[in-house]
Design a protein around this ligand. Structure first.
Ligand SMILES: [Zn+2]
Length: 153
């Protein structure tokens, strides 16, 4: 498992609020992963885990996809669940009742990256965040403050 210097080094170093909000889980394997957190000055001692993305390969190809786990050093992770995303066809919100949306060539997701502590938010479509995540990974950046990411897009 990678020894990337994640924001939270381990359970013993985790802030109280983080431990109260999340159960612990483990990461399955060494994987490509890029994560976003918010530790704005107003809550620097109580970071919010915004989202984590992993690079997955399946029969449809390879893509960056949202993960419910937020990494610490050494293979332990926090369970953060899946955060809100909208289904889109082109730029229009797709009906959640229409299962044919997945087969539309214009189908994509809009991730609503959001800190639920201070309210900082950034919406990114799945097709645009793919390139961003790949660029971060290629640069060796595996964890980014949401404010810093927002400043670059
Ligand atoms: Zn925040």
């Amino acid at each position: 498992m990678t020894e990337y210097p994640y924001l939270v080094a381990g359970i013993n170093e985790a802030p109280r609020g983080v431990l109260d909000r999340h159960t612990l889980t483990s990461l399955e394997s060494d994987e490509r992963r890029v994560s976003f957190y918010c530790a704005a000055p107003s809550h620097a001692d109580d970071p919010w885990f915004v989202a984590s993305f992993v690079y997955v390969t399946n029969e449809a190809g390879s893509t960056w996809a949202e993960s419910p786990n937020y990494p610490m050093r050494g293979g332990v992770a926090f369970w953060i669940g899946f955060r809100a995303s909208d289904d889109l066809i082109g730029n229009q919100r797709a009906s959640a009742d229409d299962s044919s949306r997945f087969y539309d060539p214009g189908f994509r997701l809009r991730y609503k990256l959001r800190c639920r502590t201070c309210g900082l938010r950034l919406a990114r479509r799945s097709d645009t965040i793919q390139a961003d995540l790949e660029k971060l990974w290629q640069s060796g950046v595996l964890e980014v403050p949401l404010a810093a990411y927002a400043a670059t897009v």
